[in-house]
Design a protein around this ligand. Structure first.
Ligand code: SF4
Length: 463
C-alpha cells in the first residue's frame, strides 16, 4: 500500500472533468511534515474538491503521479528554511527558478502561507503568483480567475490575476532602491492597469479549519487537528502568529468545534487543538469539560499552545488523563524586564504556579520555551533565566524540566520588525547551556546560525 492509500480522507475529492486544469500542489519538505500541516491539508482539499482541477501532491520525498504538463504548480510555505526545497523541486521538474525566465509552456508557480504573506519580497523573483492572507475564499477566486484566461498567454494571465484582491504578481511591480546596495525606495506597478496596493485577505467567517486527512504517517501519528482560535490577542511584540493573522477569532463551541471534533473522532482517537493561543478561547473550560466525558476516555489530546497563566490543575489533569505527559509554555525569558519589553504579561510567580499545577494535575514534564537576543536584553537578564529555572526546579522536584531556547528573529508586521539579530545571542545560548545542564535541567537550543539565515529570509535585509 502506498502512503496515499493509507490516508483516511475526511472530504470527498471531485472526479476531474475531462478538460480539468492539470495542477500540482507541493509542500517543500517531506510527506510526514507536509501532511501534518493543517494549512497544506486545507488548501489541497479545497483544490481537490474542484472538478475543474486535476491536482496531484508533491513532497520532497514522494509524490502522486504528476501531470506531464501542469498548468499550475503551487507551494504551501510555512517555514523560511524550506526555501531551498522550493528550488530543488522546481529544478527537479525542469522549471526555471526565476519567474522572468519562464515561458508560456511553463506552469504558473503560485504560493501562499505564513512565510509568503508575512513578506513576499525575498521570494518575489521566484513566484509568478503570491496569495496574501487567509486562503478561504481567496483560493477559489484565484482558480476562478485563472479559468477565465486559461487559454491566454502568460502575460495576459498574470495581468488578469493581478486584478483579484489579495493576489500579488511580483513581475508586474518594479522595485527601486535609494542606492544599489541600499534600502528599497518604492515598489510600484509597471503600469496603471495594475493595482498599486495588494491587500492581504482576512477571512471573516467563524468556522475555522479542521483536518481533511488523517494518516499514521503524519509526524503525530493519526492526529486529527482542529483550529480552535486564529491569531492571539496578547500581541507580544515579536510574534508573527499574533500580528499577521489579526483579528483574534474563535470557533464557537456548539456550532463549529463540537461538530468538527466529533467528525474527527469517528476515524481516530488522537486529537490536536490548534491555534496560536488555544487556551484563550472564551469557552476553553467548556471544551475541557466536553473532552472529559467518559465516551472520550481513550482520546489522546494534544494542545498546541498553552498560555502560562491558564495552566490550571484541571487543564493538567485533563491532559494527563488523555495520555499527555508534558506541557509546553512560552515564557520568553526569566527576566521580568525583558518580558515587559516584549509585552508578555507574565510574572515569575505565575510561571512557578503553572509548574506546581502541572505536577499536581499529574503531568510528568514541563517544557518552557524562551529566547535570547530580545531587543534590550542584557547578560543580567539571561542570568535571571537561570535563576528562574532553578526556582522552578526547587518548587516542583520530580517534574522533568526542559528549556527550549531560540534566538530572537525579527518578523515583518510585528513591532520588532526593524531590529536585527543580536550577535551576542550565540554566547548567551552557551551560557544557558552550561549553567542549566549543571543543575540537571535539560536545555535545547536552536541553532544561532540558522536563526541568522531565517532572519535574512524573513526580512530580506542584513542583520
Ligand atoms: S502569547 Fe504566544 S501566541 Fe500570543 S502573542 Fe504572545 S507569543 Fe504570540
Amino acid at each position: 500500500m502506498t502512503v496515499f492509500q493509507q490516508e483516511h480522507l475526511l472530504f470527498t475529492p471531485a472526479t476531474a472533468e475531462h478538460n480539468a486544469i492539470p495542477a500540482i500542489f507541493a509542500f517543500p519538505n517531506e510527506y510526514t511534515i507536509g501532511i501534518t500541516s493543517l494549512g497544506f491539508q486545507i488548501v489541497w482539499a479545497t483544490l481537490a474538491m474542484r472538478s475543474d482541477l486535476d491536482v496531484r501532491r508533491l513532497f520532497t520525498d514522494l509524490s502522486e503521479p504528476l501531470p506531464r504538463n501542469p498548468e499550475l504548480l503551487g507551494f504551501s510555505v510555512s517555514w523560511e528554511l524550506d526555501y531551498i526545497n522550493i528550488f530543488n523541486l522546481l529544478e527537479s521538474l525542469d522549471i526555471p527558478l526565476h519567474n522572468i525566465e519562464r515561458q508560456d509552456h511553463h506552469p504558473l508557480i503560485f504560493g501562499g502561507g505564513t512565510v509568503l504573506t508575512a513578506n513576499p519580497e525575498p521570494f518575489a523573483d521566484f513566484f509568478d503568483v503570491i496569495l496574501l492572507g487567509d486562503g478561504e475564499d481567496l483560493l477559489d477566486r484565484f482558480i476562478d480567475a485563472y479559468q477565465q484566461v486559461r487559454q491566454a498567454n502568460r502575460e495576459t494571465k498574470l495581468r488578469h490575476l493581478a486584478q483579484v484582491p489579495g493576489i500579488y504578481i511580483p513581475s508586474l511591480y518594479e522595485v527601486t532602491y535609494y542606492s544599489p546596495d541600499g534600502e528599497i525606495k518604492a515598489i510600484a506597478p509597471i503600469d496603471s492597469d495594475i493595482p498599486a496596493e495588494v491587500k492581504k485577505q482576512t477571512y471573516r467567517g467563524n468556522t475555522l479549519s479542521a483536518s481533511t486527512v488523517v494518516t499514521e504517517k503524519a509526524a503525530w501519528e493519526n492526529i486529527y487537528m482542529v483550529e480552535v482560535v486564529r491569531s492571539c490577542p496578547e500581541m507580544c511584540r515579536f510574534c508573527l502568529a499574533s500580528y499577521l493573522t489579526l483579528p483574534f477569532r474563535t470557533a464557537p463551541l456548539a456550532t463549529s468545534l463540537i461538530p468538527a471534533i466529533e467528525k474527527g473522532l469517528k476515524v481516530t482517537n488522537r486529537l490536536g487543538l490548534l491555534g496560536a493561543s488555544v487556551t484563550q478561547h472564551p469557552e476553553f473550560e467548556a471544551i475541557l469539560d466536553y473532552l472529559s466525558q467518559p465516551i472520550y476516555q481513550d482520546v489522546r489530546l494534544s494542545i498546541a499552545s498553552v498560555r502560562t497563566n491558564t495552566v490550571t490543575e484541571k487543564l493538567a489533569s485533563t491532559l494527563a488523563n488523555r495520555d499527555t505527559r508534558s506541557i509546553t509554555i512560552a515564557v520568553e525569558s526569566g527576566s521580568e524586564k525583558v518580558r515587559q519589553i516584549v509585552n508578555k504579561k507574565l510574572t515569575n510567580e505565575e510561571i512557578i504556579q503553572a509548574a506546581i499545577n502541572a505536577k499536581a494535575g499529574g503531568l510528568k514534564a514541563l517544557k518552557l520555551y524562551g529566547m535570547v537576543g530580545i531587543p534590550g536584553e542584557e547578560m543580567a537578564d539571561v542570568q535571571e533565566t537561570v535563576t528562574m529555572m532553578s526556582a522552578i526546579k526547587q518548587a516542583v522536584p520530580g517534574l522533568r524540566l526542559t528549556l527550549g531556547c531560540s534566538t530572537f528573529v525579527p518578523k515583518s508586521h510585528t513591532p520588532f520588525q526593524w531590529f536585527g539579530v543580536n550577535s551576542d545571542a550565540k554566547k548567551r545560548l552557551k551560557y544557558l547551556e552550561k549553567n542549566l545542564r549543571q543543575q540537571g535541567i535539560d536545555f535545547r537550543p536552536e541553532s544561532y546560525n540558522w536563526s541568522v539565515i531565517q532572519a535574512l529570509i524573513s526580512r530580506a535585509i542584513a542583520v
